[in-house]
Design a protein around this ligand. Structure first.
Ligand code: GLP
Length: 239
């Protein structure tokens, strides 16, 4: 594991963007796994700027988003598809057909999960996975549980997650109760993982993630078993 400390949140975004840019320059056809949430916003902003300046291109890349809320269609203001369109997809040179996100409003959600995994498999899996960290240790929407699922599946969101994500919705009752998420197996099979963690409120969960026991109750702790994990954070832990 590589632990990269940055003294402020702003720098975290630019460091993350440069890390991703280096990977894309090395492998322009990379399959990227992408997160949403507030933590990666600055990274996307800097990547957009780098594309506009001609420093990097996503023209040959493919992307798979980690997750989507069940019941929200791609045009819903709070869907992750809208988030991605606004922050990244519409601003870079990624071909439309190379962009993937689960369809939260698919009529058959189980079939949608299978179809997502098929596309992932056709693409050869994820080369570079970028992750945020939920306050309860979730990655994607793989919530704490007595077992973890390896492939794309539907998940019931925990009360902590519903509360944490209510800030993006008009009120807590509007937060969907379920989501589709890429499974832990697909995440762990990525060649490289970049974990982005920002804010003192995540100090304890980051500690448990990196130094606690590997446990399904802290899904992110499984990342300790990945051989190419880079943690980029503005939280100082002495290691
Ligand atoms: C959501 C997403 C996660 C993300 C997490 C943290 O629940 N499903 O993929 O990592 O939020 O978000 P934030 O960066 O806003 O703290």
């Amino acid at each position: 594991m590589e632990y990269l400390y940055v003294p402020e949140p702003q720098a975290l975004g630019s460091m993350a963007a440069r890390w991703v840019a280096r990977e894309i320059l090395k492998l322009p056809t990379a399959v990227l796994g992408l997160p949403t949430g507030s933590t990666p916003i600055e990274m996307y902003k800097v990547l957009v700027r780098m594309v506009q300046e001609g420093l990097v291109s996503f023209a040959q890349a493919t992307t798979f988003n980690l997750d989507e809320y069940v019941g929200l269609n791609a045009d819903h203001p709070q869907s992750y598809a809208t988030f991605m369109r606004e922050h990244f997809w519409s601003r870079v040179d990624l071909p439309k057909e190379s962009v993937h996100i689960p369809r939260g409003s698919a009529p058959d959600i189980v079939a949608e999960c299978l179809c997502y995994d098929e596309k992932l498999e056709e693409a050869g899996g994820i080369d570079i996975q970028i992750l945020g960290l939920g306050i309860n240790g979730h990655i994607g929407f793989n919530e704490p549980s007595h077992n973890l699922q390896t492939r794309t599946h539907v998940v019931d969101l925990t009360p902590e997650t519903i509360e944490a994500n209510a800030r993006f919705f008009p009120d807590i009752d509007s937060v969907p109760r379920q989501a589709i998420t890429m499974g832990i197996g697909s995440i762990m099979q990525s060649n490289k993982i970049l974990l982005l963690v920002s804010g003192e409120q995540k100090k304890e969960i980051l500690y448990k993630t990196l130094f606690g026991p590997v446990s399904t109750e802290v899904p992110a702790s499984i990342l300790q078993l990945h051989s190419e994990l880079t943690v980029l954070t503005d939280i100082l832990h002495y290691i």
